[in-house]
Design a protein around this ligand. Structure first.
Ligand code: FMN
Length: 193
């Protein structure tokens, strides 16, 4: 069991090409349940999971996000909007999950939501489902038009989007893991010389 968990962690990759076939509902529910079991500051569980599987609605999120980014002169993703490839298209995944959180429910809501999303990625991988973090939604979350759209979509009105993920069956082989950076570990033990 322990070996399986470690192997799952080491073999998960960000997937950017998906099959169109839908993810069965019971698999989605297991992924979301896993996310809801992530640790959270003072057990605040400040997250809300908006699970979008309607292709038209996913396309609308993309369109609304692009339009919002273009309305925001300082938006860091403005230069990416024209690129067909980048994740404003959510990699054409059949499932898109928005993790939003209530800042009043937790002093560490961003960390809580990120951990929930990371836990869902690992659960998805264990269940044969690929995933990829999509970063742009938070940058447009306060833009009035996009905010209204998020609310219409079911994101609770006072929640901020802290992360979102594309999910689905991977198309083709996953990419190789990028090499790990060196020099990022320091052991400070009593027996160190
Ligand atoms: C906070 C965060 C933001 C990310 N944003 C994006 C994104 O917007 N689009 C994308 O395709 N991948 C995104 N990624 C995925 C990373 O590019 C990916 O994790 C990294 O290249 C390492 O690859 P791996 O996940 O396959 O190990 C993001 C990952 C994190 C943790």
């Amino acid at each position: 069991m322990k070996e399986h968990v470690l192997e799952n962690i080491l073999t998960r990759r960000s997937i950017r090409r998906y099959q169109r076939r839908p993810v069965p509902r019971e698999i989605l529910e297991q992924i979301i349940e896993a996310g809801s079991y992530a640790p959270s500051a003072r057990n605040s569980q400040p997250w809300h999971f908006t699970v979008v599987t309607d292709p038209e609605r996913i396309a609308r999120v993309t369109a609304e996000l692009k339009a919002a980014v273009l309305r925001m002169p300082q938006n860091p993703y403005k230069d990416f909007v024209g690129a067909a490839s980048y994740s404003v298209n959510f990699h054409n995944a059949p499932v898109f999950i928005i993790v939003s959180g209530n800042t009043e429910a937790s002093g560490m809501v961003e960390s809580d939501c990120a951990l929930a999303l990371g836990t869902m990625f690992l659960a998805a991988h264990a269940l044969g489902i690929g995933s990829c973090w999509v970063n742009q939604l938070g940058s447009a979350c306060a833009e009035p038009g996009f905010r209204a759209f998020l609310t219409e979509l079911g994101v609770p009105p006072h929640n901020y989007v802290y992360g979102s993920g594309a999910f689905g069956f991977a198309e083709g082989e996953p990419p190789a893991a990028p090499p790990r950076r060196e020099g990022v570990i320091s052991y400070i033990s009593a027996d160190a010389q």
